[in-house]
Design a protein around this ligand. Structure first.
Ligand code: ADP
Length: 628
């Protein structure tokens, strides 16, 4: 049974909305709920004031026509109406402002979850699917958490509306038609009144029930629409990003999206249109018909009673308005409950996402702050498979780092080097074996404390379209001298001198027309500076020079010892020639560590993987002597 089709009870409806209310309440002010509720109460009650006073005025006009009664009545009606209109209008504006802020406040719930969930969850398509579906439902018809606001507002509105209308309606049923009314006296008969009340209640129930039935089709469609919406997001926005622009033009990639035409449930031949032309349209139309018939019945009953002499002509307007309002508000109440019920599958999806468990063990030990950087890390027979895959990305890896040493990791593509770094930084936990920091399993440390030990320049690092200084420091406030020093150490000093606004220069042009587009090599130097600024005891560079030209590369290498200082550093590179300066070279092959040693030691083993890799690369370089 899918989560959409499983039975939804009123109990679940109320329970899940109460939970949603509490969650939304955490990120929104109390006014976000109070003001719309107050607005709803005012807009529900104020029409009755006009209805009541208008009826009094008409009755007086049709009866004794006393000026001394009429003038105060008119003045009172106008005064109260003006005041209520003003208050309702002011509350409406306030409510709109609060609603406009809402999406940003609610977004906090999702970003906090994304940032705190296990990193491995971000690899799963299901996680992104869920988020896409939540966004889609919210943008599409405000389903999900947003309904909590609308639900509260509508419940208050309908409750107030029912109370106000009931107060004005009671006398319609209690005022009898005079005995002289002849056959119309049946209007007084209790059986007739009961029958009428039953018809009114039935029609009041049927309208919203049919509308809810129509809306169920939208719920059914949400799953199907999810894939379509993710495609829309991708081809509509992501694929237009500047960094993809060149490839897109070169390979005419935009045509790929046509292939997905048939997936769209929103096209004219799509499922949505089929539903709208068929059952969904039928139930919606029937619901509107019922409302029209209901209004007709009310008119006939009120007019017959007035004709028979039960009340004056002024009261006809009052009763017609109040009974119509009563049934309308009863319908609104039922419709709101129906809508909340329809909203349950959407909230289930929201909580499927927000309740994704963090399975990585969260330890409580703090990593002691050591100025001598004496942090010893050891991998003990570690094996790891990416979630959802059968293949071991790392197998029985055992190695330890010498404090303050430089280790290079080499190996073919896919041999497990980056995976090793991801485990070292605890983005994933291994399925077998242990990783130890100063002899203690890293799982026992507090995650954030542990992360503080590492500065990593990932292969696919990303800079932000923000000022240069903020990029390096990872914060808008920073120590400018340290940032400058880090940039200079990373080899960006000359370029920094040419930056129009120094550290305040905006990178890229997404947010500033005069932003600076840095080259791939320059971006890499900035990323290295960012790692240096963090000043962590471990410095990890994953293919740090891939985008650098040979001159820049040579510059980084020649200063690597200086850059790394007394940090323990790990260095992944394709170019073996650039690893020679490292104290220890670890060779990966098929997820295993197959060799370890210095450049000279490894090269001496002519049957080893290192020699094979070195020889293969030597063909492409004019290295005069490969044994150097
Ligand atoms: P290297 O850094 O040596 O090029 P990786 O550590 O990136 O190698 O990859 C090791 C193996 O793990 C490869 O077979 C790769 O396809 C696989 N792999 C890498 N990342 C993922 C991932 N997120 N999900 C599944 N498999 C992955």
């Amino acid at each position: 049974m899918t989560k959409e089709s499983s039975k939804i009870t009123l109990r679940e409806t109320l329970r899940i909305h109460w939970r949603a209310f509490q969650d939304v309440r955490r990120c929104c002010s109390a006014a976000s709920f109070a003001v719309p509720a107050l607005h709803a109460a005012f807009s529900a009650l104020s029409p009755y004031v006009t209805v009541y006073f208008s009826a009094q005025i008409i009755n007086e006009l049709a009866g004794q026509r006393r000026a001394g009664v009429l003038w105060p009545l008119v003045a009172l009606t106008l005064g109260i109406s003006a005041l209520l209109t003003f208050l309702t209008g002011a509350l409406y504006r306030w409510r709109e402002v609060l609603y406009a802020k809402y999406p940003f406040q609610e977004n906090r719930l999702f970003t906090e979850k994304l940032l705190s969930m296990d990193f491995s969850q971000l690899d799963r398509t299901e996680t992104h699917d869920l988020l896409a579906q939540i966004r889609q439902s919210e943008n599409w018809m405000s389903w999900g958490l947003k309904q909590v606001f609308y639900g509260c507002e509508k419940l208050v509105q309908s409750a107030m509306g029912i109370l106000g209308a009931a107060a004005l309606t009671v006398t319609l049923f209690t005022l009898p038609v005079p005995e002289t009314a002849g056959t119309l006296a049946f209007l007084n008969h209790p059986v007739f009144l009961l029958f009428l009340a039953a018809v009114l209640l039935l029609a009041t129930w049927a309208g919203p029930a049919f509308r809810t039935k129509a809306e169920k089709y939208i719920t059914r469609l949400s799953e199907e629409a999810r894939f379509g919406n993710r495609l829309f997001q991708f081809f509509g926005y992501v694929s237009m990003e500047q960094r993809r622009g060149m490839d897109c033009r070169m390979y005419n990639q935009q045509t790929i999206c046509r292939h997905y035409d048939r997936f769209s449930p929103f096209g004219i031949h799509g499922t949505f249109a089929v539903y709208a032309r068929g059952p969904m349209g039928f139930w919606a139309a029937l619901s509107s018909c019922v409302s029209a018939v209901l209004t007709g019945i009310i008119y006939v009953f009120v007019c017959l009673k007035a004709w028979a002499g039960a009340f004056g002509v002024g009261s006809v307007t009052q009763y017609v308005s109040s009974v119509t309002a009563l049934t309308r508000n009863l319908s609104l109440l039922l419709e709101t409950l129906g809508k909340l019920k329809s909203n349950v599958p959407f909230l289930r999806t929201v909580y499927e996402f927000l309740d994704i468990p963090n399975e990585m063990y969260q330890g409580s030990l703090t990593t002691e702050k050591r100025s001598d950087r004496q942090y010893q890390v050891e991998f003990r027979d570690v094996s790891f498979r990416y979630p959802g895959t059968d293949r071991w990305a790392l197998r029985h890896v055992t190695l330890s780092f010498q404090i303050g040493s430089r280790m290079a990791m080499v190996g073919e593509n896919g041999s497990g080097k980056t995976t090793f770094i991801k485990l070292l930084c605890r983005l994933y936990d291994p399925q077998e074996g242990q990783i130890l920091l100063n002899g203690i399993d890293i799982r026992k440390y507090r995650y954030h404390d542990y992360m503080e030990l590492f500065s990593v320049v990932f292969q696919d690092f990303q800079l932000l379209s923000q000022p240069l200084g903020a990029n390096v420091a990872g914060s808008a406030k920073y120590d400018a001298d340290r940032v400058r020093q880090a940039l200079t150490d990373a080899g960006f000093g000359d370029r920094l001198a040419k930056m129009p606004d120094g550290l305040d220069t905006m990178l890229y042009r997404e947010f500033a027309e005069d932003g600076v587009d840095v080259s791939g090599g320059e971006a890499q130097k900035i990323a290295i500076a960012r790692a240096l600024y963090k000043d962590a005891p471990f410095m990890i560079l994953d293919e740090p020079t891939a985008a650098l030209d040979p001159v820049a590369e040579a510059e980084i290498y020649s200063r690597f010892n200086e850059i790394a200082g007394d940090r323990t550093s790990v260095y992944i590179s394709h170019r073996l020639s650039s690893c020679k300066f490292c104290d220890l070279i670890t060779v990966f092959h098929d997820g295993r560590v197959v060799q370890q040693g210095s450049h000279e030691e490894l090269l001496a083993d002519k049957s080893g993987k290192y020699y094979e890799l070195w020889s293969a690369q030597a063909q492409y370089y004019t290295t005069p002597d490969i044994s150097q």
